[in-house]
Design a protein around this ligand. Structure first.
Ligand code: NDP
Length: 285
């Protein structure tokens, strides 16, 4: 059984980005910049944002975090986003979710310039992904594809993939990306009947559910590849995925761990999307 080491693959991606930014610096060019908008004092959000700041710093990318009060109004937040849209020094804008109750999340995500939408959540980018045009692709699904490529799964013709979960940020976009790689894709969710039997038919299983250790060994076809997206706490407060790692490792051909799997890939893809947005901006200037 192969453990798909997301941490190591992410490090390779970041090393490549770091070299590109170093070259820009040596050429005296402007350095790519990510602006993160953080609202309120949500502890997990603050940790995610700190990790993003650190990741930018580690590869020499510029970043700043705009911290706004929990009581901010929709209009004030939209005005802030407009300012970032207009700022020629900003390549990527990320609004850390969740947002306070008085804010309409869709309106905020729709207000981000699609060319600076490094999360890939803008309807224009989602639409482009759907019709196969170049787009800013959501970071977690993009990271999963990189992990599959890293173990030699590039063309998925003739393979059956199942995605468990249909969220806009993971399930739906990863299903589209797998389809673009010619896999036959099943999307399962909480209303799916006989999920374990469906899962047993799949060559590739992507678990993006949010239920600790839901996927067991008897759900997995021998030699299937299993990617675990889940970030959960079990009954003892221990970090775990949606896949029962110790059980599934006995049947899968390859399996991604939690932590150290999809998580680090997500941040690496955010940096990659920001550099791609920068290249697009500079190319257009
Ligand atoms: P959501 O809660 O938005 O979606 C979960 C999906 O799983 C829904 O489609 C839901 O179905 C489905 N589902 C829930 N319970 C079951 C079940 N028992 N059987 C089958 N399907 C079920 O979650 P996200 O997509 O945002 O995240 C999924 C997991 O991935 C979470 O653990 C999250 O923390 C993690 N995550 C990890 C990231 C990373 O970087 N590693 C990034 C993003 C998320 P329905 O639609 O019918 O409700």
């Amino acid at each position: 059984m192969q453990i798909i080491n997301g941490k190591a693959i992410a490090q390779e991606v970041k090393d490549g980005l770091c070299r590109k930014i170093e070259t820009l610096r040596q050429q005296g060019k402007r350095i790519p910049k990510l602006s993160v908008v953080l609202i309120g004092t949500h502890a997990a959000s603050a940790t995610y944002v700190r990790n993003k700041e650190r990741a930018c710093a580690a590869i020499g990318m510029e970043s700043d975090t705009i911290r706004l009060p929990e009581t901010i109004t929709q209009e004030e937040l939209l005005a802030q986003i407009e300012q970032l849209n207009e700022d020629p020094m900003v390549d990527g804008i990320l609004v850390q979710l969740p947002l306070p109750r008085q804010i309409d999340e869709r309106k905020v995500l729709n207000a981000i310039d699609p060319g600076k939408d490094v999360d890939g959540f803008h309807p224009v980018n989602i639409g482009r992904l759907l019709i196969g045009e170049p787009a800013s692709v959501p970071c977690t699904p993009k990271g999963i594809i990189r992990m599959l490529e890293a173990i030699g799964l590039d063309d998925l013709s003739g393979r059956h993939a199942i995605v468990i979960g249909r969220s806009n940020i993971v399930g739906k976009p990863i299903a589209l990306l797998l389809l673009a790689k010619h896999a036959t894709v099943t999307i399962a969710h909480s209303r799916t009947a006989d999920l374990s039997a469906l899962c047993r038919e799949a060559d590739i299983v992507i678990a993006a559910v949010g239920v600790p250790r839901l996927v067991k060994a008897d759900w997995i076809k021998e030699d299937a590849v299993v990617i675990d997206v889940g970030i959960n706490r079990d009954e003892n407060g221990k970090l775990c995925g949606d896949v029962d790692f110790d059980d599934v490792k006995n049947v899968a051909q390859a399996l991604s761990p939690v932590p150290g799997g999809v998580g680090p890939m997500t941040i690496a893809m955010l940096l990659s999307n920001t550099l791609a947005a920068y290249e697009e901006h500079e190319g257009g200037r």
